[in-house]
Design a protein around this ligand. Structure first.
Ligand code: ADP
Ligand code: G6P
Length: 427
């Protein structure tokens, strides 16, 4: 029995042939260090389909796997979570699909998560439910276990009431959150959207704004030797630029490539490394995004590259923390250009790799990170000229701006985030 239980759709580890690897995404990157530092357990899905896994311990955390079958994967995960809620909450960058069968399956899977949680939580325990995939869990759990303290944190944006009201199941979803003692959001704007929707009636839970962050200890800043080697391997360009994202249509990767192409047209000596982790690969909009990105990489390299010297180095895979730390430390300019993003931890990880004021961050106004990192070179990703302008500015950066951002990120790490939320939920 556990006094502290985290519930998230994903476990911090993901099933791969013959073993486990770290799960993709910011939720896991942020929460894993929190759970390692606090005794507790994690209820979540293993990433495999139709493969029951017994509870086990991994990297200092007790894991309680929930099994998803092929239909859960299609209707709960790819369907309601990632083709209904994800696009709706990211302000309709693509059109959400409303499907009654997906909704039924979302409810079923949420019931399973709630049951699994009720089984492992001690009397009076604190349960912390994470993200849009599990919005019904707090209400279900409240009925099963009135003794629990229940918190919920939404890692992605919360849309304006007018958008939210499109949802045929809007009342049930809000009802699920009413089971909480506290609902947390990334930005004040998200919390305001939620409050505008639920008002201040007695059924609605307390809410708060808690911008998530990184564990600086988990970021491995590349050594000067590794950085020199990397830069040499790409031909020591005057400016090395970097993008690191899941391959997701919210991230604005194509728009960034097009702005980079214009920069090259202006004759700037720059090279771009773009890493993109595979994500939600069977969903059509994700496939389309990948096709467009890969087509643009090929075209731009065809125009500006030469033998042994491409202008864009593109990798469609995850890299180790150590490699990532070298890329971050080596990059003169980090490009973070989402159309909408709950926070964007990549921006904070990059800043954490630049303690001495070198480097520059180009950051979308529509990333949650822009609230704290207003010293970045901000841009509007919907306007190509705006990305280009920010890139040009970032080529001649003011070191004071990076120093201020570094102080902010290090002073507000993920342990502080968790402590503030958990203190408030217990109040
Ligand atoms: P999201 O949660 O939407 O994926 P974030 O920027 O908040 O976006 O978090 C992404 C996380 O995934 C970061 O911790 C980042 O380091 C990691 N990541 C993204 N792409 C890669 C990659 N190609 N290799 C390794 N880690 C990656
Ligand atoms: C974002 C979401 C997380 C999700 C992650 C990776 O960070 O907020 O809830 O886990 O993306 O996406 P995936 O669909 O692979 O879990």
């Amino acid at each position: 029995m556990n006094e502290f239980v985290v519930v998230a759709n994903r476990l911090p580890v993901d099933r791969v042939e013959g073993g486990w690897k770290a799960s993709p995404g910011g939720l896991v990157a942020a929460l894993a260090p929190v759970l390692r530092a606090r005794a507790g357990c994690w209820v979540g899905w293993s990433g495999a389909v139709d493969e029951p896994v017994a509870p086990f311990r991994f990297d200092g955390i007790d894991l309680h796997p929930v099994t998803l079958d092929a239909q859960d994967y299609e209707e709960f995960y790819e369907g309601f979570s990632n083709s209904t809620l994800w696009p709706l909450y990211h302000d309709l960058i693509v059109a959400p699909q409303y499907n009654e069968q997906w909704w039924q399956r979302y409810r079923d899977v949420n019931v399973r998560f709630a049951r699994a949680t009720a089984e492992v939580a001690a009397q009076g325990a604190t349960v912390w439910v994470q993200d849009y995939q599990l919005q019904l869990v707090p209400g279900l759990l409240r009925e099963m276990r009135p003794d629990l303290t229940i918190g919920f944190f939404l890692h992605i944006p919360f849309p304006s009431p007018d958008l939210f009201r499109q949802l045929p199941w809007r009342e049930e979803l809000i009802g699920g959150l009413n089971g909480c003692d506290l609902v947390g959001f990334q930005r004040e704007a998200d919390e305001r959207n939620f409050r505008a929707l639920v008002g201040d009636d007695n059924n609605s839970p307390r809410s708060g704004t808690f911008p998530i962050s990184i564990d600086p200890a988990a970021v491995q800043v590349g050594s000067p030797e590794a950085v020199a080697k990397l830069r040499a391997s790409v031909g020591n360009p005057a400016a090395l630029m970097l993008g690191v994202d899941r391959m997701d249509y919210t991230k604005g990767i194509l728009q960034r490539l097009l702005a980079f192409e214009q920069l090259l047209e202006e004759g700037v000596d720059a090279t771009l490394i773009q890493l993109a982790t595979p994500s939600r690969e069977r969903i059509e909009h994700y496939r389309k995004t990948r096709r467009q990105v890969e087509e643009a990489v090929g075209r731009i390299n065809g125009r500006f590259g030469s033998v042994g010297r491409p202008v864009i180095h593109y990798m469609h895979r995850g890299v180790s923390k150590q490699e990532l730390g070298t890329f971050y430390a080596a990059a003169d300019v980090m490009l973070v250009t989402p159309f909408k993003d709950g926070m964007n931890l990549v921006a904070k990880e990059y800043v954490a790799c630049h303690p001495d004021g070198d480097g520059a961050l180009v950051l979308s106004e529509f990333a949650g990170a822009a609230v704290e990192l207003h010293d970045a070179y901000l841009c509007n990703p919907f306007e190509g000229a705006s990305i280009l302008r920010a890139m040009r500015e970032a080529l001649d950066p003011d070191p004071e701006r990076m120093r201020r951002m570094y102080a902010r990120v290090l002073g507000h790490d993920v342990h502080r985030w968790a402590a503030e939320f958990l203190q408030e939920v217990a109040r």
